[in-house]
Design a protein around this ligand. Structure first.
Ligand code: ADP
Ligand code: MG
Length: 226
């Protein structure tokens, strides 16, 4: 589904942010991407999302070279990929419902379709009773649930979560990781990037470890060690 082929990204001449990295991700996999801050996790994800271009190598999504997708087809590509960030990126003056509905509204979806789809994803993340709350009325964990619901609205093939628990306490961290596992079990491929080993230690799922931009470990049932 995803294939990185000898991918290097050099921002500044001193050293590559991503250094000759190769790996594949199969449909339905749950893969954690770990490594210290500055090891290249976000850059790797941006290369996949085509927010950055590689200095060398190729990134494939299925049969498609991500960096050769024509601009007109980018929105279609990005709808196949749900994104979740550390800082949630919610609109403060919109309710949970409106934050999720917004992405369908801008595409001109019909009101009845919006309502059905938004309630469905709010239900998946367990927020059906908080649909009318504004972000300031929600806990960090609930805000991240809204962001995850929003990332699911186009029924993406894959969810990319970059430090999704970075602002959360251990209780809400467990909760959000469990939700990502549930979404994966419902059939969506998940890539979870984190520098926090506690997040993925107990998962028993695949772990890719980055160090100074290099992929130094790829374990089927990893324990994250640095
Ligand atoms: P991580 O997400 O693991 O913390 P990053 O991918 O953000 O790592 O960063 C990897 C390296 O690339 C770091 O040395 C960082 O300073 C550098 N870097 C990241 N983004 C940029 C950029 N836009 N311009 C220059 N250097 C960058
Ligand atoms: Mg990062």
């Amino acid at each position: 589904m995803i294939l990185f082929k000898e991918v290097t990204k050099i921002y500044a001449p001193e050293r590559p942010a991503v250094d000759n990295v190769s790996f594949g991700v199969e449909p339905g996999e749950f893969t954690s991407l770990v490594g210290k801050s500055g090891s290249g996790k976000t850059t790797l994800l941006k290369l996949f999302l085509r927010e950055e271009f590689p200095t060398a190598g190729q990134v494939m999504f299925g049969e498609q070279n991500v960096h050769e997708i024509p601009d007109v087809r980018l929105p279609e590509f990005r709808r196949k990929v749900g994104m979740v960030f550390q800082d949630y990126k919610l609109l403060q003056y919109k309710t949970a419902y409106e934050n999720v509905a917004y992405v369908m509204e801008v595409m001109g979806a019909k009101e009845e379709d919006i309502e059905r789809d938004v309630m469905e994803v709010l239900d998946i993340v367990g927020l059906e009773d908080q649909a009318e709350q504004y972000p300031y009325q929600l806990s960090g964990g609930e805000k991240q649930r809204v962001a995850i619901a929003r990332s699911l609205i186009h029924r993406p093939d894959i969810i990319i979560a970059d430090e999704p628990t970075g602002n959360l306490d251990p209780y809400h961290t467990k909760d959000i990781v469990a939700l990502l596992v549930k979404i994966n079990e419902l059939g969506t491929t998940v890539i979870l990037a984190t520098h926090n080993k506690d997040v993925i230690n107990k998962l028993g799922k695949r772990v890719l470890t980055l160090e100074d931009g290099k992929l130094i470990r790829d374990e089927k049932r990893g324990r994250f060690m640095l």
